[in-house]
Design a protein around this ligand. Structure first.
Ligand code: C2E
Ligand code: MG
Ligand code: MG
Length: 658
């Protein structure tokens, strides 16, 4: 399997991680930036134009108006001087002074007119200015004539010039001033209109930017809402829906009145921890993802799947397709990459199923399938349909948990001892401590509470309670001069999650000063796989202290003889189910037991067979060189006092085994 193709497969199944959102967001961000930048660019160009127009045209126009105003005011003043000159024609000194003032004023006007002239170059009213200028020249030359004739006291000629010539040039200048005023104001208006147009363009650009930004932000918001919904409703590992979404979809179906057309399934992958343990959690994740996707693609659009958590999934499937689905998910082959190689892993499932009734709400349905699923483990079957009476049992389960706490405090748990017998000399060679719950003068057997406590993670407390009682009893027997035999105590595999497990065991051993030869710890075989490292670590610590370890119920779980080789345990307990098949004509089973015993011995481990009820079984086992057995043929689990009697007379009187 090449790296490339394996990557391809990985990508196919991790589509949830490849949501298009980042690319979309990136595109949106780029678009927003482009729009903003180009908008700002156009705006700045436009504002620049406005500023330029204002500076170059409007300001100039206003300056020119001022020049013109000033010129025409001085022009009026000058006219007044000339009129006064005519009035005071007889007074030579006044005339002289007026002439001098006139020269001064004229030079002011000329100075302003020159500046004005510089300023009008290139304007639309340049030619009108020239009319004023020439009008002023005409005016001043006529004034000169008046003054010349005034010097000669020729009033009549001066008056003639005054009335005919001067009047004409004054009108010419005034008309030109009026025209220029209109032209400049027109120019100002035109320019202002131009500026208004540019402002309008800027306004449109701003509105476009704001509208686009609003649209983009709105789209962004919609995306982020849908993204957060995805996050809120999708299981990040597998990409299928999570429970919230699943329940919402069921609610929708309830509203439409069609949920009864579906069956709810809660499925759990069997021994998924083995995949995680053996192949690593990354491969485990890939297997889960592929499992979820395989089932997802098997479903119709209206059928739903969600991940509850861990290796548990919940599915809503059409009633008529339930059988097909059960068959489909019974064994699902998924391909995973392990050490750059494609491996096919077969995942088997257990399912709790619930036929949906009209009055069920989503919570009830989810609870029901979970309940049904929890029964599959207890009853060791693959699929169980929910039944109403399970609810009562579930209630019992709750009561049990409440009462358990109290029972521990009240010391309602007692330890029974079931002897182990050496069938070669018919002597007691050990025993197994088995707990009993004395409740209201009745004995509750362990199968009624141990599985529940184990599922709820509460059994560990009880195991230590029993183990401490065992140590206490051994201490008392030793102190009373009764020679005990090795007692094995059952410890749940849950202890392997406790890093202090070995230390806790040894603390009790040391507290009661018990010699390790009297102690043995039983762990069920499935624990060997699930927590292999913790298991070996624990075994090593116990063996260092000389405490025996046995594998209980061998043959019922997933242990293999090759695994046994790796586990440095002392004793293997062959499960009763194998012993039941001895002496009943089941040759296959007998041959299996024979070979298992042979191989265990070959691995230098001790072997013990439990559940020996008949002489024929004991005889068969003796022939296979199996020394130790445990079973009703010799003794049932005995109370403390009965067992003490057995310790005192450890030889079985009857020669039970021939
Ligand atoms: P186990 O450890 O495999 O214990 C052997 C069970 O087989 C005991 O049932 C014993 O009474 C029964 N047995 C022994 N010989 C015969 C026989 O010849 N015929 C029949 N029919 N049964 C026989 P028990 O005492 O009911 O215990 C059941 C299981 O409960 C135990 O199976 C063990 O898994 C669990 N258990 C008991 N005590 C404890 C405990 O203190 N801690 C934990 N974790 N589990 C315990
Ligand atoms: Mg046991
Ligand atoms: Mg057993």
């Amino acid at each position: 399997m090449s790296e490339k193709s394996s990557k391809k497969r990985r990508d196919k199944y991790s589509y949830i991680k490849k949501r298009k959102l980042p690319i979309r967001v990136l595109t949106l961000t780029v678009l927003i930036s482009v729009v903003c930048l180009s908008g700002v660019f156009f705006l700045s160009i436009n504002m620049d134009k406005i500023a330029r127009i204002y500076k170059e045209v409007v300001k100039n126009d206003y300056n020119n108006l001022e020049y013109m105003d000033s010129i025409s005011q001085n022009f009026y003043r000058h006219q007044a001087l000339v009129f006064q000159y005519m009035d005071d024609f007889d007074d030579e000194s006044v005339k002289k002074s007026l002439e001098e003032k006139s020269i001064q004023l004229k030079s002011d006007i000329e100075e302003e007119a020159r500046k004005f002239g510089d300023n009008v170059i290139g304007t639309v009213y340049e030619s009108s200015y020239h009319t004023i200028y020439s009008g002023l020249n005409g005016y001043f030359s006529n004034v000169n004539y008046i003054f010349e004739f005034g010097d000669e006291d020729d009033y009549a000629t001066a008056e003639f010039y005054m009335k005919n010539m001067l009047q004409g040039s004054i009108e010419e200048v005034n008309d030109a001033v009026d025209l220029l005023d209109t032209l400049i104001k027109d120019d100002v208006n035109k320019t202002q209109q131009e500026m208004t147009n540019h402002f309008e363009v800027s306004r449109i650009i701003s509105v476009v930017i704001i509208v686009l930004l609003t649209v983009f932000i709105f789209i962004g918001l919609i995306w982020s809402v849908s993204a957060s919904r995805e996050i809120a409703y999708k299981d990040p590992l597998t990409g299928v829906n999570n429970m919230d979404k699943f329940q919402k979809e069921m609610d929708k179906y309830i509203k439409k009145g069609k949920l009864t057309e579906y069956t709810c399934v809660c499925s759990n992958i069997k021994d998924f921890t083995i995949v995680n343990q053996q192949l690593g959690s990354d491969v485990g994740d890939m297997a889960l993802r592929n499992f979820a996707n395989t089932v997802f693609h098997h479903l119709y659009k209206d059928e739903k799947i969600a991940r509850v958590g861990g290796d548990k999934f919940i599915i809503l499937v059409r009633n008529e397709r339930i059988d097909g689905l059960i068959k489909f998910i019974d064994k699902v082959s998924v391909t995973v990459d392990y050490h750059d190689e494609a491996h096919v892993v077969q995942l088997e499932t257990r399912c709790g199923l619930c036929k949906i009734k009209q009055d069920y709400d989503t919570g009830t349905i989810v609870d029901n399938v979970h309940l049904a699923l929890s029964q599959t483990k207890l009853k060791a079957v693959d699929n169980i349909w929910f039944e109403e009476n399970m609810l009562e049992q579930a209630y019992d389960r709750k009561t049990l948990l409440v009462e358990y706490q109290n029972a521990i405090k009240q010391k309602e748990f007692v330890v029974y001892y079931q002897p182990k017998v050496n069938i070669f000399n018919n002597t007691l060679c050990g025993s197994e401590a088995l707990v009993r719950w004395w409740k209201d003068d009745k004995i509750i057997p362990p199968f009624k509470f141990i599985p529940v406590l184990e599922e709820e993670g509460r059994v560990t407390e009880l195991d230590f309670y029993v183990f401490e009682q065992v140590c206490r009893d051994i201490r008392t027997w030793l102190d009373n001069g009764i020679k005990p035999v090795r007692v094995s105590s059952n410890f749940s595999k849950l202890h392997l999650r406790n890093p202090q497990f070995a230390e806790n065991v040894l603390e009790i051993v040391d507290r009661y000063k018990i010699d390790s030869e009297y102690l043995e710890i039983e762990l069920t075989e499935s624990s060997g796989y699930e927590d292999f490292n913790a298991f070996t670590e624990f075994v090593d610590k116990m063996r260092k202290r000389g405490i025996h370890i046995s594998i209980d119920d061998f043959g019922t779980g997933y242990s293999s003889l090759s695994l046994l080789k790796k586990l440095n345990v002392d004793v293997i307990k062959i499960d009763k189910s194998f012993i039941d098949g001895i002496g009943v004509g089941d040759e296959m089973n007998e041959s299996l037991v024979k070979n298992i015993i042979y191989m265990i011995k070959d691995l230098n481990r001790h072997v013990i067979c439990e559940g020996v009820e008949y002489m024929s079984q004991a005889e068969f086992l003796k022939k296979q060189n199996c020394h130790m057995v445990q079973g009703y043929l010799f003794d049932k689990p005995l109370s403390h006092d009965e067992y003490e009697e057995r310790l005192k007379s450890p030889v079985y009187e009857k020669n039970i085994v021939a």
